[in-house]
Design a protein. Structure first.
Length: 282
């Protein structure tokens, strides 16, 4: 048992190192294609230099002169906090909408899911501009500004609109999956057996059905993360959030891009591995 655990830990460490090296290799491609020529010598030199800087966390700079770590870490945690809040809100809203559909609109679920699909087809950027336009229209019409439309320094941070913009696409995506999976479970034999035993529908839904669909939801976790990360770039840019995505847009450099990718990669890599360990231990 101890040997197996040690092998798993070593495997995870090697996988993480391989992931970091992959980011460094891909992130250094602009050096390889510099001036429309294949500068292989400069490419491998940049890989070695960048790998040494990242693994030792030394001499990392942005804009050619400023230290990267003090500037990046605060913005990274801000982006992760925004991402975490949006994920929590999206999950809560998805389960709430799914329960409403299952409990009160079973016969109209196909129409509701089709409507959700239409809403999902609207580009995320358009939603963000529409939300900002709605707040501005209310302010001009009624003189009431109930939310901040864009961040203007530490004292005027936009919170609600970025949270809605980031969580809305995911909540709709999750709602579709949860509703379909719940109705699939409700048609299975164990539900008929539970009904025969006199168990309430609400009990079956919360205890048996949700537990059984949780594995399917975990399978979509990676898709959800990548969807949110891609949306986070637009959210930080449009709402001028003080996050790491916007920082990369302002200061474009290979070192900053690669290090930022590794920062976002690290927590989700650990979460994936913990999920895998839990599956293997069950």
């Amino acid at each position: 048992m101890v040997i197996k655990s040690a092998i798993r830990v070593i495997t995870v460490i090697l996988q993480y190192i391989a992931g970091v090296l992959l980011f460094i290799t891909i992130g250094s491609l602009p050096v390889l294609l510099r001036d429309l020529t294949f500068d292989t010598e400069g490419y491998f030199h940049n890989i070695r230099e960048l790998a040494f800087k990242i693994f030792t966390l030394s001499n990392l700079t942005y804009d050619g002169k400023h230290e990267m770590l003090p500037a990046v870490m605060g913005r990274f945690f801000y982006s992760m906090k925004t991402l975490g809040m949006a994920m929590f809100v999206a999950t809560a809203m998805a389960f709430l909408l799914s329960y409403l559909v299952v409990l009160f609109f079973e016969k109209k679920k196909d129409y509701i899911l089709s409507f959700i699909e239409i809403i999902r087809s609207i580009p995320d950027v358009l939603w963000m501009f529409l939300l900002q336009a709605a707040v501005i229209w209310v302010f001009k019409t009624f003189g009431v500004k109930f939310v901040q439309t864009t961040s203007l320094g530490s004292d005027n941070q936009a919170v609600l609109l970025p949270l809605i913009s980031l969580s809305l696409p995911i909540s709709l995506f999750l709602t579709q999956i949860i509703v379909l999976k719940i109705f699939e479970e409700l048609d299975k034999q164990y539900i008929l057996l539970a009904k025969a035993k006199g168990l309430s529908f609400f009990y079956m839904l919360n205890v048996h059905v949700v537990r059984n669909i949780s594995e399917d939801l975990k399978g979509h976790f990676k898709t959800i993360v990548w969807m949110m990360l891609s949306t986070l770039v637009m959210v930080e840019y449009i709402f001028n959030l003080n996050g790491l995505m916007l920082f990369n847009i302002k200061y474009v450099s290979v070192e900053l891009f690669v290090f930022s990718c590794i920062l976002f990669f690290t927590p989700f890599f650990l979460i994936y591995r913990l999920i895998d360990f839990r599956r293997l231990s069950i």
